[in-house]
Design a protein around this ligand. Sequence first.
Ligand code: NDP
Length: 516
Amino acid sequence: MDQGYSQGMGSAATTLSATATTITSINPATGAPLGEVPEMSADEVRAAVERARAAQRAWAELPLEVRCRRVARFADVLMDRAEEVIDLLVREGGKTRLEALGMEVVVVADLVRYFAKHAPAILAPEPVPLHLLKHRASYLHFVPRGVIGVIAPWNFPFSIPIGEVMMSMIAGNGVVLKPSEVTPLIAHKAHELHVAAELPPDLFQVVTGRGATGAALIDSGIEYCVFTGSVATGRKVAAACGERLIPYTLELGGKAPAIVCADADLDRAAQAITWGGFANSGQVCASVERVYAVDAIHDELVARIVEHARSLRQGDASASDDVDVGAMAWDQQVATVERLVDSAVAAGARVEVGGKRRPGPGQFFEPTVLTSCRQDMDVMRKEIFGPVIPIMRVSDEDEAVRLANDSHLGLLAYVFTRDRARGKRLAERIEAGTVMVNDVLNTYACPETPWGGVKQSGIGRTHSAIGLRDLCEVRHVNHDRVAFPRELWWYPYKQGTFRALLRGAKLLFGKRPWKR
Ligand code: NDP
C-alpha cells in the first residue's frame, strides 16, 4: 500500500474520525491495495460544506478575471506534475498511460485554459431586448450559487469531476466532491494540486465514502448538484434534490449506436468503432455500444473490426506502456459484462473475438466483438460499460435510425458516411445529446461544446457556455430607459384608460390585415 489519507492528508475534510470505517483503493490490474480513505459521516460532510461555504464568500468577491487567472494556475501545476497524476490514474483506474493523458489530464488542462479565457465573456451581463416595453431595458447577470456538490463515477475519476470543480470555482462557487468509492485517491491528488496552485484550500473539499456519503452531500445544504453516474442512482439523486428543491444536472448512462452507411470509409469506420468500443476498456458513457451496419458493407466492416480487435494488447498498464486495453476499474462491472455477453450468446449472437473474462490476477474482460445481434437482446438494449462491440445487420439507413432511436437512452450517437450532407441529415434524426459524423467520443474533450443526454441519459448539460451558466444563478434586472411619471396601467383604474388599453391591445395582438 503506497498511499494513505487516513492520517489527515489532503483536505482537512479527509481526516479520519475515531469511529470511521475505511475504504481500500486497489489497483484493478493486480489487486494490490493502493491506499485507504475514510468513509465519512453525514456530520463530516456537512462540516466540509460549511468550510467550502466560508471560503466561497471571499472567493466570490474577487473579480471574475482574477478568479480565472488563479484557476488557470491549476493547469500550470497539473502539466508540471502530469506524470505523477497519470501514474495514479493508471494504477487506480486500470487505464493505459495514453488514455490517462488524453482522456483525463489533457481534458482538464484544456478545459481550465478555455474557461479561464472565455468565462468573462460567457458570464458577462447579457442584455435582453424588450420587444414591447421599449421605454425599459432588461439584462441578465450571472451570480455564483454558493457551494456546488459534485458526485462522480469511477470511469473518468479525474476529467469528469475536476472539470466541474474548475468550472464551479471560475463561476465563483465553492465545491465539495464526492468521488466514487472505487477511485478516491485521484480526488485527493486533485486536491493536492489545487493547494499547490495556491487556490484557497477550503474552497474545494473532498468527501470520501460510499453511496450514503453522496446522499449526505445532497442533504448538507449545497446549492446545486452535478451528478454523473448510472440511471438508477440518478433517479435517487433527482428525488433527493427535488425534495430539497436543489437544482441539478444529471449525466447518466449511454448506449451509443454507430450507424455505418454503404458509402462509409470502412477503414476509418472500423478503426473508429474499435477505438470507440474498447478505449478505457469500454467504460465510457459515450462508448460505441451497438453497431448498425447496412447489409452492403456489413461483412467487410466486421472483418476489419475483428482484425483490429485481434491486434489489441491487453494487460497491466502500470507495468508496461505497450498496452492498448487496460483493466476494468470495478469488479462488479466485469460480472455485468460477462452476464450480457453470455446471454447474447445464448440468444444466438456469435463471438467473433474475445467473449470472456481473463483469469486473474486483475479485472480484465477480453475485447469482444459479437455479430448476429438482434435488437431484442439485452446486449443491444442495456448499457454494457465494458469492452464489447455488438454488431447488427440492417437493410438500410432508415432501419438503422429507427433502431438507434429505439432506446431509453440518448447520450451520444455516431454516423459513418462519405457524404457529409447525408451524415448531417441522419444526425439530425437521431435522438441523442450529441451526434458525431465520422468520429467517436471526442467531444467530451471540447470544453466549448455541451455534454449531456436526452431521454434517460440525463437532464441538463455540462461543459460549454450552458454548463458554465448553470453553475450560476441567473438574475434578471429590469430598469427604466426613459423616466415617465407613471405607467398607464397603474392606479387609479379608469374607464378611459381601459378603452385606450383595449384599443392598443387589439391593434398589437389581434388580426393584422396589413400583415396578411
Ligand atoms: P453510480 O450511479 O453507481 O455512482 C455514481 C456516484 O454516485 C458514485 O460516487 C456513487 O458512490 C454515488 N452514489 C451512489 N448512491 C448514491 C446516492 N444514493 N446518492 C448520492 N450519490 C450516490 O455510477 P458508477 O460510478 O457505477 O458509474 C457508471 C455510470 O456512470 C454508467 O452508467 C455511465 O454511463 C455513467 N456515466 C455517465 C457519464 C455522462 O457524462 N453522462 C460519464 C461517465 C459515466 P459509490 O461509488 O461510492 O457508490
